[in-house]
Design a protein around this ligand. Structure first.
Ligand code: AMP
Length: 143
């Protein structure tokens, strides 16, 4: 199964933030949308980084409340691991495990088309496993 199947179910909306926005702005967006990561985009909607709850917590631990005034660029990760829609869900899971992160933006021809979180991947795998075990049960009953 591919990333495209996840995006078809959850949609392609991506919450982005400008590089110059403050960590305070980023926190408000994360809280409002009930999400854990924001994709940082620059001119032409180009991906320039990713910022997650963990990055913000780290900055708060280091600078205290004054961190809230810092720009997103101070805390974001610039080297973002992405995936394509045609990639398999297992491959994305492997990448999340190896890189110890829980969010992977989906990019097609340098254009952002969605984002997949570890929650999406786990939900998808559980549904897939349930479908497989139900098919096996049906097969055994009719054999
Ligand atoms: P997360 O587990 O997604 O909260 O991210 C943990 C750390 O990895 C944070 O420093 C993030 O900025 C970074 N990170 C999250 N997603 C990615 C990604 N797709 N590529 C590279 N780094 C990431």
């Amino acid at each position: 199964m591919t990333v495209k199947a996840i995006l078809s179910a959850k949609g392609t909306s991506i919450t982005t933030v400008e590089p110059a926005a403050t960590l305070g702005d980023a926190i408000s967006m994360l809280a409002e949308r009930r999400i854990g990561a924001l994709v940082v985009t620059g001119a032409d909607n180009r991906l320039v980084g990713i910022i997650t709850e963990r990055d913000i917590v780290r900055m708060l631990a280091k600078h205290g409340a004054s961190a809230l005034e810092l720009p997103v660029t101070e805390a974001m990760t610039r080297k973002v691991v992405t995936c394509g829609q045609a990639e398999t869900v297992s491959r994305v899971m492997e990448r999340m495990t190896a890189g110890k992160f829980r969010h992977v933006p989906v990019v097609e021809r340098e254009r952002l088309v969605g984002i997949v979180s570890i929650g999406d991947v786990v939900k998808f795998r559980l549904e897939e496993m349930e479908r497989e075990s139900s098919a096996l049960r049906d097969y055994i009953q009719t054999a």
